[in-house]
Design a protein around this ligand. Structure first.
Ligand code: NDP
Length: 438
């Protein structure tokens, strides 16, 4: 705490992982002997840099750029870039720390890292976003590479930003190094099914959890928060599996659509037009309503729900929301966002016997498919959608099984938080032990 003052979310993330580790530390004294806990929460490298750029009216702006290269025990650092005004060093460290264990859980050879900036792409023209991305990469290119550190998207960084970042990397290095960044367009080194992967993966994880109790998403009523990349494709996949998804949101309000979200309309508004969720209800009509300033969880106060998929941002679901969801009949929660549930909310769900899939397990499908994109780039290959989606499904099913099995082994059957934390930690800690005190 004294070493990382004010980094509230980072403290929360470290506390969340460490509070699961007592049984594994007791069973394996070698971890304590080589100070694994102290080492694992200290990033290998943190880079903070100035990002100057010029807007369309010729005004100069300065933002702050970050890249935290947290842990390379399992492979090159891998993790997204977030562009959002709330981004601080502590935000990037929390995300990077989570990423270490998430990446380990995929079973693929990727280390953990994260980056971003306090730049807000909202309301900026394409040219402004391009100039910002070019300036960001002008510094970042020194620290990334196919075998070094492979960034990707996150909040505020989608296909457009990845394109500008890659273009500038190529220009600065004079190399067509496809594997330096993931989330690229299909025509120039991107992977089919990457756009869908995180949302689809969350739903596959939820389906696997429900199956352990003889249930499924077919016929279920699902609440999804957010309306970005993760939320959109979680909605699509859940509906493909027979669920009715009745909500979506952004930071200004939510939509309740009891007849089921019209995926094509929502995608058009959010992905194509870059509009706001408030436009959805106006264009959809029928029984859909826009609820300004209200979260999707408030919907559960008046309507029953079976499954909740928080897919917006960290700490968006608190203990009160969790209590409302439990009362509404929610049986399973799978986190599409990173750390969307507060510790008190997680406790409320677990106490009520709700199946709870933490983000580092449930949303690992995105980074797993990014690693598949790296494989395609390394072999100069391009796989079909079906093949890639099938690999994603295999990875998520296997991940669910290994997390569940670890929870059982350590005396916490059905506790996916403990299972994910211990299993991810052990994979990384064993590699760190083998590689010496570095
Ligand atoms: P996007 O930028 O595409 O979308 C984020 C969405 O969440 C936007 O609709 C945004 O609304 C909304 N949002 C932000 N804050 C709030 C809030 N307080 N209440 C309600 N809605 C809010 O990001 P992604 O979909 O990529 O990321 C969402 C989450 O998933 C993040 O936690 C991210 O770290 C995590 N994640 C993403 C992965 C990926 O592959 N993209 C992989 C794994 C995890 P607004 O437009 O108003 O800001």
């Amino acid at each position: 705490l004294t070493r990382n003052p004010g980094e509230r979310e980072f403290h929360q993330a470290v506390h969340e992982v460490f509070s699961s580790l007592t049984p594994v530390i007791e069973r394996h004294p070698e971890y304590a002997e080589s100070a694994i806990l102290e080492r694992i929460c200290e990033p290998e490298r943190q880079i903070i840099f100035r990002v100057p750029w010029t807007d369309d009216h010729n005004h100069v702006h300065i933002n702050r750029g970050f890249r935290v290269q947290f842990n390379s025990a399992l492979g090159p650092y891998k993790g997204g870039l977030r562009f959002h005004p709330s981004v601080l060093l502590g935000t990037v460290k929390f995300l990077g720390f989570e990423q270490i264990f998430k990446n380990a859980l995929t079973g693929l050879p990727i280390g953990g890292g994260k980056g971003g900036s306090d730049f807000d792409p909202k309301g900026k023209s394409d040219r402004e976003v391009m100039r910002f991305c070019q300036s960001f990469m002008t510094e970042l290119h020194r620290y990334v590479g196919e075998y070094v550190d492979v960034p990707a998207g996150d909040i505020g960084v989608g296909a457009r930003e990845i394109g500008y970042l890659f273009g500038q990397y190529k220009r600065l290095t004079n190399k067509y190094e496809s594997g330096v960044i993931t989330g690229k367009g299909i025509g120039w080194g991107g992977s089919r099914a990457r756009t869908e992967a995180t949302g689809y993966g969350v739903v596959i994880f939820a389906q696997e959890m429900l199956a352990t109790r003889g249930s499924s998403l077919d016929g279920a009523t699902v609440l999804v928060s957010g309306s970005g990349n993760v939320a959109l494709y979680a909605i699509q996949k859940a509906q493909q599996l027979g669920a009715t998804v009745v909500s979506a949101s952004d930071s200004q309000g939510s939509v309740y659509d009891p007849d089921g979200i019209d995926f094509d309309l929502l995608r058009e508004i959010k992905e194509v037009e870059r509009g706001r969720i408030s436009e959805y209800a106006a264009r959809r009509g029928g029984r859909s309503q826009y609820r300004a300033g209200r979260t999707v969880w408030s919907i559960a106060a008046d309507a029953p729900a079976d499954v909740a998929l928080p897919c917006a941002t960290q700490n968006e679901l608190n203990a009160e929301d969790a209590a409302v969801l439990v009362k509404a009949g929610v049986r399973a929660v799978a986190e599409g966002a990173n750390m969307p549930s507060t510790p008190e909310a997680v406790h409320t769900f677990q106490k009520a016997g709700v199946l709870f899939g933490p983000g580092k397990a449930a949303n690992a499908g995105g980074v797993a498919t990014s690693a598949l994109e790296m494989q395609q780039n390394a072999s100069r290959d391009s796989w079909t959608f079906d093949y890639t989606a099938h690999r994603l499904e295999q990875i998520m099913t296997r991940l669910h099984g290994s997390v569940r099995q670890t929870a059982e082994e350590y005396g916490h059957p059905g506790d996916y938080v403990t299972g994910a934390n211990i299993h991810g930690f052990q994979l990384v800690a064993d590699a760190m032990l083998a590689q010496g005190v570095i």
